[in-house]
Design a protein around this ligand. Structure first.
Ligand code: SF4
Ligand code: MSK
Length: 650
């Protein structure tokens, strides 16, 4: 009976069998995020369900309701808009600062000042340089790279005008942004202005504040994140699909296990490459290990999965579980989504937790700072430290023997190639499949895990329901890893797909769910939808396309920035799980739904009930199909030559 109760409890916290096993075996030894989420309930004011709190000056914090203002007279709508805008600014800052580092790194690589790194995708460099207006002609590749780095960096400090990358968006979309004055002028500028405008006593009109929040979010999606994605491809290659395996079962008992975690690809790429180094392998063997096993967590995992086929062993909520297997010699973390609890947790095991970014230190961790000119040296040192730590495993390891296959790494370039073939690469086949109804639409199921919701449950449920109904799903971030863990990211998952989607996926040779990468790689989805528009047949703007985005288990401020840049780009976006922190303000909710829909053709809303959310996403897409007049299924008619001659319009 007790066991049954325990089993039930674990099923409520996660759908991941490997996490359940670890919690069952080791859960009593330590406190995990699941324990803490039980003992500490969410603050209803902060989540915006029963009230809104402002602490933007020392006369507060002021807790307000619809009928009660703050000391300065700030209304609930103003405060909710200000709070959301600040969250978006923080999310945009995180993505964009990541992009800035890569832009800086590209310049150092061009000058041969970054140890172990080189330009791996020259073709992509040319394309990106062109988009930034950098002269190409027959100039040396390193000169082009240097200028591209400088131009990309200049977008952060740009003060006026428009950031160049918005020109990738359809013309009509750019016109909408110009009409409402939300084209980003410079990436840092928009973040700073949002912080200024939301300071005590500045911008007090909710709609006006939220327009600036959208401009800030756009500077992330079409700016910082896009720079991050493009330069990562230039330096580490543009992803192509790779078969790999996922989940905690990819840790290896007899090998030295190194987990890379966070968001940056740089050091982790070098560590993954060096794991095959003969000398290091010999050193590992001399210490009793049979090999060196590099695996990943969160978006660092997505980055190295896409380019090196390295196994992601889990998403956000699995990070503590990895250490609890007692099999991890070293966990190297860089930036974002790293739980502070890892510091204390690692002390209870033999795991060495290493922080590698100059931006992140964690109490209890060893700080070994990555600098662009010490990559190989530092990676070697870390691997040797892991090997030396192998003998220190205190107790018997426990690795759940649970893995799933996956195919990961669909860049927009590869999708074009996959759809059209080597000489005719294009999005035409996708648009045609949508027009003839075999694919009903494209839905991004993206974003985090959240300890307040059963891990992976919503991601997996929605993905299954969507592919069953002939919607192609694209996934990024931790959501992508949820889907991969439950086995939906392989061609074999086509047995769960509807007939139409299956026929297209079989013809092209792709799974029904496409792994597009990490959180910054949501910018790849912007490129895909822009290309779908320019391919023709599905309207003139992103807002005409039968597409939608869902972040069903969102947690990070970055998700709010992503959701907002998609809404500002013309997509319907729904969040579930925990509410967006504006729920108490009907004024702000109206602006973000009806208001944004009218102005920008997209919107962002929270829907608690997952069935309701699914119905809403489907009805929005079906409305778009109707508006495009592709809602009625046409029978495919095969014409002979005589019948063709009678056709007037071909
Ligand atoms: Fe209160 Fe106004 Fe100060 Fe906010 S800015 S804490 S609402 S007085
Ligand atoms: S890691 S931002 S929990 S997706 Fe990109 Fe996952 Fe969300 Fe972090």
């Amino acid at each position: 009976m007790k066991e049954e109760r325990e089993e039930k409890k674990y099923k409520e916290i996660t759908e991941d069998r490997a996490v359940i096993e670890i919690m069952e075996k080791m859960g009593d030894e330590v406190s995990t995020i699941f324990d803490r989420s039980e003992s500490m309930k969410c603050c209803p004011i902060g989540s915006g369900i029963s009230g809104i709190c402002c602490k933007n000056c020392a006369m507060g914090p002021c807790r307000v309701r619809e009928d009660k203002t703050g000391l300065c007279g700030a209304t609930m709508g103003t405060i909710a808009a200000r709070n959301l805008a600040r969250h978006i600014a923080a999310g945009a800052a995180a993505h964009s600062d990541h992009g800035r580092d890569l832009a800086h790194l590209l310049g150092l690589v061009a000058e041969d000042k970054a140890e172990g790194l080189k330009i791996k995708d020259e073709f992509k460099l040319m394309k990106f340089a062109k988009n930034l207006g950098v002269k190409i002609d027959d100039r040396d590749i390193k000169e082009i790279a240097k200028d591209t780095s400088e131009k990309a960096l200049s977008l952060f400090g740009q003060q006026t005008g428009e950031i160049d990358l918005v020109k990738i968006a359809p013309e009509k979309r750019q016109g909408i942004w110009r009409k409402y004055k939300i084209v980003p002028r410079g990436i840092d500028r928009e973040i700073v202005e949002t912080m200024h405008r939301t300071n005590m006593g500045v911008d007090q009109d909710a709609e006006h504040i939220l327009d600036q929040a959208l401009r800030t979010a756009l500077s992330d999606g079409w700016g910082g994140s896009m720079i991050g994605t493009e330069i990562t491809d230039i330096l580490f290659t543009t992803p192509e699909p790779r078969r790999a395996k996922t989940n905690l079962g990819m840790l290896k008992e007899g090998e030295v296990n190194i987990v890379v975690h966070g968001h940056e690809p740089t050091l982790s790429e070098i560590i993954a490459e060096l794991a095959d180094d003969k000398k290091l392998l010999e050193y590992a063997k001399s210490k009793g290990a049979s090999g060196i096993n590099v695996v990943g967590i969160c978006c660092t995992a997505n980055e190295i999965l896409m380019r090196q086929g390295i196994a992601p062993i889990g998403n956000f909520l699995s990070q503590e579980m990895a250490i609890m297997t007692r099999a991890v010699e070293v966990m190297v973390v860089d930036i974002q989504c790293i739980m502070q609890s890892l510091g204390e947790l690692a002390k209870k095991y033999h795991t060495k937790l290493i922080t590698s970014s100059p931006k992140c230190k964690i109490p209890g961790a060893i700080h070994m700072e990555f600098e662009e000119n010490n990559g190989v040296k530092l990676a070697t040192e870390i691997i040797r430290m892991a090997i030396d730590n192998f003998k220190n495993r205190k107790k018997e390891v426990y690795i759940p023997s649970i893995t799933s296959d996956l195919v990961g790494g669909f860049s927009h370039e590869y999708i074009r190639y996959m759809l059209g073939g080597k000489f005719r690469e294009s999005f035409r086949p996708l648009n045609d499949a949508i027009i003839d109804g075999r694919i009903q639409g494209v839905v991004g199921v993206v974003g985090c895990n959240n300890a307040r919701i059963t891990q992976d449950k919503y991601h997996n449920y929605l993905t299954r329901e969507l592919i069953k109904r002939d919607y192609l799903v694209v996934a990024t971030g931790c959501g992508a890893l949820s889907t991969a863990k439950c086995g939906l990211m392989i061609p074999e998952a086509l047995e769960y797909a509807g007939e139409g989607l299956r026929s297209i996926c079989e013809a092209v040779g792709m799974p029904p769910v496409l792994h597009l990468g990490s959180c910054v790689d949501n910018s790849r989805i912007l490129t895909v939808v822009s290309e779908m528009v320019s391919e023709g047949g599905l309207g003139e703007d992103i807002s005409d396309l039968p597409i939608a985005g869902i972040a069903p288990e969102w947690m990070s401020e970055k998700a709010l920035s992503i959701g907002s840049y998609f809404a500002a780009s013309g997509a319907y976006v729904a969040f579930s799980g925990e509410p967006i922190p504006v729920e108490s303000s009907s004024e702000v909710k109206d602006i973000m739904t009806k208001g944004w829909q009218e102005k920008y053709g997209g919107q962002l809303e929270y829907i608690a009930d997952i069935e309701e959310l699914l119905d809403k996403v489907i009805s929005v897409i079906q409305e778009k199909r109707k508006a495009l007049r592709i809602d009625i299924k046409k029978e495919r008619v095969l014409l002979d030559m005589e019948a063709r001659r009678t056709l007037k319009d071909v």
